[in-house]
Design a binder for this molecule. Structure first.
Ligand code: NCD
Length: 315
């Protein structure tokens, strides 16, 4: 079986449960390798991966680079600022140039929604979307799903509440697609200015404008970063006002289940969307998410470039 071989990962919209489960199983194998302290598993020896990040990134770019390194691929970090793009070369020509060097996968982050799809239509290598504007960020959602499954033992039937700046969030969209496919009961909550009812309706999920109402009986809370760089001014009166209405802290957790799991994709704005008291508290798996991100990206690179399933992941 080779479900994902040669397939680009552009988003989780349309991804099947079988595909997601395969990635989660492969990521668990990768995690066992990472936890063993063995930093090389030469499954991608002889393969090459190019990271093209047109937007700032710390954990996602670092994690993809580390993932490719762990698997022994050759990795090149393409620097848009130092490239021929600044000399007027088109995006398409840049992609063709990179492809002509014989790469197997291109990991791409771009502020323009649809850029990874465009790249997929232009060139042959596998394209992995590492975040395109406010559209999708599939590996982030996969690592969130992985973390939920690891901590809770299942995803099916859990109440998952995604809080905050929904309209600007690619993390929210990919999470909604993935969570729904895996059978979770998904709720969105945020201020009216950051959560359009049409979006919630189009995504087919429940939405709220009252945090306490949304958190009632929650199994998982996924807290989004307030994306100041994507917003114009004036979505809420002040940071203090946002925190008092939608910030998650120990007091707000009281309506959720006792063993509620807290996730955040990072980077966190402490004191804005999340209280310092819970960032690294007993409910939080925020640090573990970073490790899981590495393992999920190793799995995605392996399954799309090489194919097969988790049984191929042996030392
Ligand atoms: C997210 C992103 O860039 O989309 N972060 C990440 O990938 N670690 C979320 C965010 O920036 O808010």
């Amino acid at each position: 079986m080779s479900l994902l071989q040669g397939k680009s990962l552009l988003g989780l919209q349309g991804a099947t449960r079988e595909e997601i489960e395969l990635i989660l199983r492969a990521a668990a194998r990768m995690k066992a390798v990472v936890n063993s302290g063995n930093k090389k598993l030469p499954l991608l020896r002889g393969k090459s991966v190019v990271n093209m990040f047109f937007e700032p990134s710390t954990r996602t770019s670092g994690s993809f680079e580390m993932a490719a390194n762990y698997l022994d691929a050759s990795v090149v970090n393409f620097m848009p600022r130092g490239s021929s793009l600044v000399k007027g070369e088109s995006f398409r020509d840049t992609l063709l140039t990179v492809t002509a060097m014989g790469v197997d996968a291109i990991v791409m982050r771009h502020k323009q929604e649809g850029s990874p799809l465009f790249a997929h239509q232009c060139v042959d290598p596998v394209i992995i979307n590492a975040g395109d504007g406010a559209h999708e960020h599939p590996t982030q959602a996969l690592l969130d799903l992985y973390t939920i499954q690891e901590v809770k033992g299942r995803i099916d039937g859990l109440k998952v509440v995604i809080v905050g700046d929904i309209d600007h969030s690619r993390v929210a969209r990919s999470n909604v697609y993935g969570l729904k496919t895996m059978g979770a009961d998904v709720h969105l909550v945020g201020p009216r200015t950051l959560l359009q009812p049409e979006l919630a309706a189009a995504l087919g999920v429940t939405f709220h404008y009252d945090l306490d109402e949304a958190l009632e009986g929650a199994d998982v809370i996924n807290i989004l970063r307030i994306q100041k760089e994507r917003q114009g001014a004036g979505f809420f009166p002040s940071d203090g006002e946002y925190y008092s209405q939608f910030g998650i802290n120990a007091v707000r957790l009281q309506t959720a289940k006792k063993d509620v799991l807290i996730l955040h994709p990072g980077p966190m704005n402490r004191g804005l969307e999340i209280g310092t008291d819970i960032c690294y508290g007993s409910h939080s798996s925020i640090q573990e998410q970073v490790k899981n991100g590495l393992c999920v990206r190793m799995a995605v690179l392996y399954l799309t470039i090489i194919g097969g399933d988790e049984n191929g992941i042996t030392r």
